[in-house]
Design a protein around this ligand. Sequence first.
Ligand code: GLA
Length: 739
Amino acid sequence: MSIAYFQKEKVFKIDTEHTSYIIGLTDKPAYVGHVYYGARVEDHDLSYLLRTSEMPFVPSQNNRDKLLFMDTYPMEYPVHGTGDFRGDALKVRTEGGHEVLDLHFVSYEILNEKPKLKGLPATFGKEAQTLKILLEDKICGVQAELCYSVFADSDALMRSVRIINKSKTPVWLERVLSASFDMDDTGFDLVTLHGAWARERHISRNPVNYGFQGLSSYRGESSHQHHPFLALAEKCADQTKGEVYGVHFVYSGNFCGSVYKNQFDQLRVTMGIGEENFCWKLEAGEDFQAPEVVLTYSAEGLGGMSRIYHDLYRQHLIRSPYLKKKRPILINNWEATYFDFDEKKLLAIAKEASKCGIEMLVMDDGWFGSRNDDTTALGDWFVNEKKIRGGLKKLVDAVNAEGMKFGIWFEPEMISPDSDLYRAHPDWAIAVPGRTAVKGRDQYVLDLSRKEIRDYVFERVSAILDSANIEYVKWDMNRQLTDLGSYDLPADRQGELSHRYVLGVYELQERLIRRYPKLLLENCSGGGARFDPGMLYYSPQIWCSDDTDAIERLMIQEGTALIYPLSTMGAHVSDCPNHAVGRVTPFETRGYVALAGTFGYELDVTRIPAADRAMIPKQVEMYHKYHNLVADGDYYRIASYSENHIYDCYMTVKKDKSEALLTYIQVMAQPQVHTKKIRLQGLDPEKRYKIKRFNIETGKEEPYSIKQALSGDTLMRAGILIDKTWGDFKGMLLHIVEV
Ligand code: GLA
């Protein structure tokens, strides 16, 4: 890692072990240009790359070609209104109503640390360096501080921006993106994640075309539909080779990411909080901190990119002590009982689960207020003693007496119109005065931009947590934001509500984990609608999807694992026919698929078939045997069911390459086909390995059909044959161990 400024050449160079990022300055006026991002290069003075024939290099005067310069120069932080038509990162309205900016270099600073971003989640770490470049528009007094950080042990590059109003009058920020960089289109595909409720984060890959291509969410959360991530992958890039650039936003609210291809086949990539539902008033002297974007460059294809993100998030984003601790195997009563439970039913589940080796009972929705379905009581965070007779402490003590921990569900950001809270404070819901707000799942969203509302929520959640030995919280958020209106904000600040809401969520979660440092927090949003790096800063795991079907999960978990470590993906074994799709899959396969995440159960263990129940202790053994390898290992995707429609295969490899776990799921059995040959990845070519197969019936490993030890080289080049398996939806775990 190193960051340097070369004064003579007016060049900044940021190096990680395998990447370089180069920024250049023009002569007066000093525009800040993006020179290069990619594989590490030794030279620093690459500014000759900016002297293309179509672009007049130094616009020393406002000459005939200044506009051509503005529209072709690869601006490091493009702004609105002065001729850059390729998608700008910053748009500011002045008191006079104008939206024109022209930013020039003022100064820079290199720090041997990575400063925190006020009020926002961000990566952190000791061995870090940061470059700050200050730009200014002298006419309207707006400054932009561009921030670039790197860590000694990562190839990722973190960017963020702070906007400062140096003028004497307010300005309104209409768009503040966190990162932008330009590059030539040498033939890239755009890789994004799209989805829906119960079908989150499916991978999409399409050629980059002329004009704008982008993705966004204006739903107040990162959303089921799109993900604040995009990658540019060379046409030839696959899991093991080819250049891939990744862009990921550390934020949980509205966003927009885009790629623009211009008439010269140049690409501009941007990411940040978009224009829609955003307008921030910046008083004289105030500043605005835009959230962080994590850029990655991999010359080892998409797999290389995934591993950079996984390591970065495990080492520099997730703070929970549970990151390094084995998480308790939980059983959640949602799909088991929905709202139809009482303390007896929960205790019966806990008793049976404990016998099977499950370690924690989680009581989901329906324990509070008058809530017996999803139409009431959100906000009334008082235990319903008609259901939980004897009170919460009695139940928790009884569950603890069974040797089980206890966890609880909240949806703290919401308010039901049919709730005591709403009857007392109708103005606490996000709504426009005089209008009936649109209901979603029969509920409204609390205006968390207001401190007194956050205080109420925190007081109620902590009163419940203090009342019994509660060791886990599932924090849910089940509807998107509409009817944007706050009863508290002045007219010219209503546009701040969406961002202030997200800051309010962050503040609440920060308070929660500070007050309960040992608490295991799992975020959730109607399944996986707020699965993003912002939330990972507070919780080490996030519920991946309300679809627990093993086969649907293959695609959801593949897309999620493209960026996120497996240890973050909430994944449970549930009952069949599956509640989302009605599919029936073998119990063992459901276990293999859930093993690629946090691993837990979501079923009524007192009512499932005896054979399934008998398998749980074996699955528990499987989890304890392999969990560390899954949670801490390097992830390699071997084959994708979403691409081949037949089978799925992935591996995790221990960092020292002494062992690996391969999961193979045969989704569709086929007659008369050549035996599948799999080339392993990530092993040490020089080490020798033996392959064992995990037998779920015995909970033990047994020899695989390939008995001899083979070198990593052979396993990765020649590969192995997959033993024939009979039937659809069948799975297999192979443990590859150094000998
Ligand atoms: C959301 C969650 C589910 C469950 C329900 C309860 O849909 O994703 O897991 O907690 O809410 O209402």
